[in-house]
Design a protein. Structure first.
Lengths: 41, 180
């Protein structure tokens, strides 16, 4: 599965990093699997 | 492994775009446990308190998306980005329905940060996902529908390497076959 989280505002990079971190933790805890992440652009 | 990218034209037109990508293998998605349901309900309550009487259009993350939508010719009050649609549902109805654990958790993070979250079944797409401007001849099948239609020329879409449209209106609607 691929999950994307995107922002279009000034503080977007910081918020996206936090959001990906939270979601990674929640998914690993509740649905398992192995995940990796990266950021764009 | 890179599985998602922005076309150079998108980066030029939308310089504020920031994207995070999570690639998950071997997960076990199922109906939500009482624990996940409780987490989601608590997040909804916290968000409602946090928003109070603030118009959704004034939340910085949603305002940024509204500006981006206007940037490719879409009225953001007629076509709401996925995060705004969830928060609108929450503030109007008091609850957001979900279908499985992955969707619950994606929606939880989406309302927490006011950002659109797309969960894509990688088994249903071919190769790299690219965010680009539509030519208008691509085919999109909306969630819950059997018949496809075409995005508008210049609309921002997610496509795979077969040119299948995964999402229309950037983060407005996701396709039937790609939804997790």
């Amino acid at each position: 599965m691929i999950v994307t989280i995107e922002a279009q505002n000034q503080d977007g990079v910081e918020i996206v990093i936090k959001a990906i971190s939270d979601l990674k933790t929640l998914l690993e805890l509740h649905v398992g699997g192995a995940s990796s992440s990266y950021y764009l652009p | 492994m890179t599985v998602f990218q922005y076309h150079a034209d998108i980066l030029r037109r939308f310089p504020l775009i920031a994207g995070g990508v999570l690639v998950i293998k071997g997960l076990c998605n199922q109906q939500s446990s009482p624990e996940v349901l409780s987490l989601f309900r608590n997040e909804q309550k916290k968000k409602l308190l946090q928003i109070g009487n603030t118009p959704l259009s004034e939340l910085p993350t949603l305002a940024g998306w509204r500006t981006a939508f206007r940037g490719f010719g879409v009225d953001p009050t007629g076509y709401r980005n996925a995060a705004e649609a969830l928060l609108r549902r929450l503030t109007k109805k008091g609850d957001i329905p979900s279908i499985n654990t992955v969707v619950y958790l994606c929606n939880l993070v989406s309302i927490r940060y006011g950002l659109p979250v797309a969960a894509i079944d990688s088994g249903q797409i071919k190769g790299m996902i690219t965010v680009r401007f539509a030519r208008g001849d691509e085919i999109f099948v909306n969630l819950g529908q059997a018949e496809g239609d075409h995005p508008s020329v210049g609309e921002v879409i997610f496509t795979d390497e077969k040119d299948t449209v995964i999402a229309r209106g950037w983060c407005w609607r996701q396709s039937e076959e790609s939804a997790a």
